[in-house]
Structures are given as C-alpha cells and as structure tokens.
Design a protein around this ligand. Structure first.
Ligand SMILES: [Fe+2]
Length: 285
C-alpha cells in the first residue's frame, strides 16, 4: 500500500504533494477494473489541479488543514481501513459480503465532497490573518456552493461521472462519519431487527476514519506549533527535561558572556519596583 503518511510533518513540499497524488492514482489503477476504473481515472484527472492541494479540514487543530492534507487523509484512511478489515476478518467477523475493492472505494470517496463541486473549491484560504493566527482557522467554506453535507456532495460528484456503487458501498461511504452526522442516527441507532445494519463495513470505515483523523490531529498536537503544550501535559518528564535544558543553556550563556551570577542579580522584584514608583508619584510626601 506504499509508505504511510500518518504522523508526517504538517507542511508538505511540492514534490510530496505530487508524490501523494501519484500514489492515489496508482491505488485506483491497482484496485479497480473495467468501466469503473476508467470513470474514476477521468474524475481524478478533472480534479487533479484542485484535489492535490485541498486541505482535509478548515482548522489547524482538526486535522490536516494545509495544502495536500486531503490526499494525505485519504491515503491514511485507506491504510487504516485495510488494517482494520484484516483485524475484523481475523477476529471472526462476517466479511464475505465485501472485499478490499469495496473497502478502498469507500475510504477513497467518503470525503470527496471536501473537494467542492465540479468547478469550485469547498475550502478557500482564509483571508483573515487574525482568524488564522488566533483561532487556527486556515480555510473558510466557500459561501457560493449549494449547502449539502460532505457525504451528499461525494455521492453527487460520483453520480456526475456515472460511477456506480453497490448498496453496501453506499451504506459504508454514507455512514463513515458515524454519529457525527445527524442524518446517520437512524441507521446506527436502530431498534427494529430489519433496520439493523446487515453489513459491518460501515463500522470498519467509521473506525478507520476516527483512527486516521486522530493520528493526523496528533501530528498537529505534537508537531511543535500547537497552542496548547500537549506533550508537556501528557508527559511531565518531557517538561522537566525541557526545563533542565533551558537552565543549562542559561548557565552556559552566563559563563560565556560573564553575565552577573544569581547572587549578583538585583533582588528587587518588579512588583516592589512598581510599588516604589507608585509611592514616588502619588504617595504622601
Ligand atoms: Fe474522513
């Protein structure tokens, strides 16, 4: 399945963006056959210029909110869903109703609607520097698009290219977002026996999406540019090590440049200085 992208650095170079796109197209070549393959290749060829640079989300602490993030997410979920498919199969789950092609088809297209419609992007770079810096909102939704869920748009795009899917593929692609999508509740919280899912592929896809998304989010959390020091919070020893290194660095600088040692440093605290200044200006003389 090629090299994993999970946990990779958050900003991709142009060559990596091209490389990931090529990997995606190679998976289409290797997985599908006949008319479906030809139609998929046509669709990806049409979307190439926009698709390869699309992010996977709008905000830096969601996941992959950078150019090329969408394709990375798709490669990751394909990787995770194939692994989970094998775990389910080896653990005794019923998997005779689908195979790797179905797993890959759903993983590959569950977020297709994030590419926008046939002519316009869904995510546009956020022109508000304040929102980018202060709230991590790197992209904004294109207001000109008709509103529809990402999944509905995915199915619509596939329909525009005449790309067919089985009922099981439709259900799995449709339910990949699990209960995060209100419209899925009726499928996943069913009580009547005839409303229960007859196939487990949607569950595998949802697990794979959660897994890929979480690991991508963690590359933001532990990548050195997060607003919250996750690594220090979750691993106090890292914090201690960092503080120790900073202390040693400071000692070295003092030694090197002959800065005053701690005992020579004036001991008046800033609050004391402020108090003196206040008394000087406004105190009773
Ligand atoms: Fe996803």
């Amino acid at each position: 399945m090629g090299k994993r992208i999970l946990g990779e650095t958050m900003k991709l170079k142009a060559e990596q963006i091209q490389e990931n796109w090529d990997k995606l197209i190679q998976i289409v070549e290797d997985t599908f056959e006949g008319e479906r393959k030809e139609l998929l290749l046509k669709m990806y060829s049409d979307f190439k210029d926009r698709g390869m640079f699309a992010p996977a989300s709008s905000t830096d602490y969601f996941h992959n909110a950078w150019p090329g993030g969408y394709v990375c997410h798709i490669l990751n979920i394909i990787d995770c869903s194939l692994k989970l498919y094998n775990i389910w199969k080896d653990s005794g789950a019923f998997t005779k109703d689908y195979g790797e092609e179905e797993v890959i088809f759903c993983a590959m297209h569950h977020d297709l609607g994030k590419l926008g419609d046939l002519t316009q992007d869904y995510y546009q770079p956020n022109d508000s520097e304040w929102h980018r810096i202060n709230q991590g909102k790197m992209y904004k939704e294109n207001q000109n698009l008709h509103y529809m869920t990402v999944t509905d748009r995915a199915v619509w795009i596939l329909s525009q290219y005449g790309i067919k899917m089985s009922q099981i593929e439709y259900l799995a692609l449709r339910l990949t977002d699990g209960m995060y999508e209100d419209g899925n509740v009726g499928y996943l919280k069913a009580y009547a026996e005839n409303h229960q899912l007859k196939t487990n592929l949607p569950l595998i896809l949802h697990q794979a999406d959660m897994m890929a998304t979480r690991i991508e989010k963690e590359s933001y959390m532990f990548g050195g540019s997060s607003n919250i020091p996750y690594e220090e919070i979750l691993t106090p020893e890292v914090k201690e090590e960092k503080e120790q290194k900073e202390k040693e660095l400071l000692e070295n600088v003092k030694e090197e440049f002959g800065a005053p040692t701690e005992t020579e440093t004036p001991t008046v605290s800033s609050s004391q200085t402020a108090k003196d200044l206040f008394n000087e200006l406004f105190g009773d003389k």
